[in-house]
Structure formats: C-alpha cells, structure tokens
Design a protein around this ligand. Structure first.
Ligand SMILES: [Zn+2]
Length: 377
C-alpha cells in the first residue's frame, strides 16, 4: 500500500536542537538480533504451535533489515530456538561454561558494536507475566523453557556490552502478558462510546452502567472516573470502559509494583504489542497485529520519503492496532466455518469477537530516532 492522498510523513525531529550525524555510506548502521519461536503444527518440543507466528519474523526483518538496512547478526540462528541457543549455559546437564560464541548471548557479548549507532532486539513467542516480570518461551525437549525479560535487557546492558553504552536500544517483546493472578484482565473488551445524535437526544444509560459496575468499590484516588453527579443531559458525550472498570484500581497498584521490578535502563525503548496482563493478538495468516502494521506503515514511507522518524512510525502503528478488533467465526464440528442460514455471511462468534489490543511503550530515549530508508538516497 502506498501513502496516497496523505500528508508527507511527519519530520518533527527537525524541531529538536540536536544534530543528527549522517554516514552517507550506511547512515543507519544498526545491528539487529531478531528471533521468533512459533513451534510446529504437532506441538512438539513442549511448545504449542503459533500459526502465523513465523510472519512476525518476516515483518520485523522487512522493517529493520530490508527497509532500514540494519545488519542481522543472528540470521542463521533465528527460528524456533531452544533455550541453550539463547544461553548455552542453560542446559543443566551439559556442564558447559565459558564462551561458545554460538548462542545469542555469547554472540552479543562478543560483538564489537563500535561501528553501530543503533541496536534492535526483537522476540516473538509465547509469554506471560508474573509479579511484574515478563517471560518468553523457548522450545524444550523436557519441561517449559522460559527466559525473563530482565535477563534479555541485562544481556544488552551497558555493563555487558560496553560498546553499546549511550546508544539507543529498541526491544520488541511480542508475547502475551497475561498473569494468572489477574485472569479477568486477559481480554480487552474495548471502549463503548455513548453519543448524542443530531436528531433528539439519546439518553445516556446511567442506570445500565450503574447496574453493570455497581458491585465495584471505587478507589478514592480514582474519584471522578465514576462520579455520577457529573453525568447529566448537558454533559459531554460520556464514555465508559465497558467491563474493565474493575481493573482500574488493580492496574494502579500493579503498575507501582512493575516500577520496582523492571526498570527500563537509560537509552532503552521497550515495545510490548499489548498492555500489561493482556493477551497479544495474532492473525494466523498475517501474524501478530503489531508487527503486521509496523511493516505496513514503514512500507508506505518507501518511495515517499528518504527518512523515517521511528516514534512517528510507532504512533501510526499504534493507531492501526488500536482500531482493530478480533473477528472470530463459528465453526462446525468438522472445523469448517458456519454460515448464517439464508445469507452468505459467515456466522460470527460474538463471545470471541470484538477483543482489542493496544501497544504499550516504555522508553528512556533522549535523542531522535530518525532512520534513513535503505531505498532512499
Ligand atoms: Zn554461548
């Protein structure tokens, strides 16, 4: 898809006082570690098959390697990794110590990043969170193999990689973030807008709302969010976060906990394709929503711009992800999609449809992230 009929891409970085050094021969000079675990259809290696998960690798590779010209350091070690392919010391029985130079951790540790200005590490896998820590799954011949995000961030820290010090590091964690302690938060049911129409006034369903959320105890600190005194016929169109109001109090407390558990280091940009405690949505042919739209947005810049402001790209990607919702069709016992009688339309499973994702970004970047497109001059 080309950027047709739109304004030219945003170049807000020009407002920033910082000079951007350009290297004509390879202006981005970024290094990339990109890997994805999606398993196999037989669910072997203690890994449930993620149909479409391989598309995440294609999409991220398209953005950072094809469009931005980063070097893909682990191209030969990027699909369906066992935990010892991340860290060779993690196989307990092997007794291996020292530097193998083959696992990703050793590869990172042994790479001299002096000539690089940027670094990206993208993971796509199953995942979950527990007490504020995020985990991603690897393949395993025995039990579940998990890696914590803290360990990933440590591997690319200033301490472990002195030649990355001071350089922006982008980390994409494509995984679910559900927490068994908060199962009710796993799905985002979206936002319902109650609007007044031009003709006559549609009544705002206060009673329905109170009935739905009346059982909840509203935290004092959130006073105003559910202040029914403010709801009147003259009020601005009210919005209600249907089904999730109960989560407001919980999220505030848990965010505080997260803050103490995982601190984003200076110069890091961590992108989660979904909010804390939520599933991350994946389409079986397009791949995960975030990676799909990230590639789509970057592709639209190709041929229309020589450079790309990464925060602007993220904003456009966020917009597309948040505009999407799940559409799940009912299937019969043979697994075939059911059609509504009398019409040709497939019959929609309303319980599973209409679920949302929103991209969650945490960062401590203090300089522009403006990349030259590889196709540009
Ligand atoms: Zn190693």
């Amino acid at each position: 898809m080309k950027r047709v009929g739109r304004n030219p891409p945003f170049t807000g970085h020009k407002r920033m006082a910082m000079d951007i050094q350009s290297d004509i021969s390879n202006p981005n000079v970024g290094a990339a570690i990109i890997f994805g675990n999606y398993g196999t259809p037989d669910n072997s290696n203690t890994f449930q098959f993620r149909k479409g998960g391989e598309k995440d690798l294609d999409n991220v590779q398209s953005v950072f390697i094809k469009s931005l010209g980063f070097d893909w350091l682990n191209k030969d070690n990027s699909h369906n990794l066992f935990i010892n392919q991340w860290d060779h010391t993690k196989i307990r029985a092997s007794g291996q110590i020292g530097n193998c130079r083959k696992c990703l951790k050793c590869l990172i540790k042994n790479t001299d990043f002096k000539r690089y200005k940027y670094f990206v590490l993208a993971i796509s896998s199953h995942g979950f969170s527990e007490k504020g820590e995020q985990f991603v799954q690897f393949l395993s011949s025995t039990d579940y193999a998990l890696l914590s995000l803290s360990e990933v961030l440590e591997a690319i820290s200033d301490k472990q990689c002195p030649t990355l010090a001071g350089k922006p590091r982008i980390v994409i964690v494509q995984a679910c973030r559900t927490d068994s302690e908060f199962p009710d938060l796993a799905e985002d049911h979206g936002v319902v807008f109650n609007l007044y129409t031009e003709q006559g006034h549609e009544e705002f369903p206060v009673n329905a709302l109170l009935k739905e959320f009346g059982h909840l105890t509203i935290d004092e600190s959130n006073a105003g969010l559910m202040d029914t005194d403010e709801v009147s016929e003259d009020a601005a169109p009210p919005t209600a976060r249907q089904g999730n109001v109960g989560s407001i109090k919980v999220l505030v407390q848990a965010d505080e906990k997260d803050e103490t558990k995982l601190k984003i280091p200076n110069n890091f940009l961590v992108i989660y394709p979904t909010a804390p405690y939520r599933y991350s949505k994946r389409n079986e042919t397009e791949g995960s929503w975030f990676e799909f739209y990230l590639k789509e947005v970057v592709d639209e810049y190709e041929g229309h711009s020589t450079e790309l402001d990464f925060f602007q790209v993220l904003t456009e990607t966020n917009q597309r992800v948040s505009n999407r919702e799940t559409v799940v069709y009912k299937r019969n016992s043979a697994g075939k999609i059911q059609y509504d009688p009398g019409t040709e339309s497939p019959s929609r499973d309303e319980d599973k449809s209409g679920k949302k994702n929103v991209v969650w970004i945490e960062h401590r970047i203090t300089q522009p992230l403006v990349f030259r497109l590889a196709s540009g001059n």
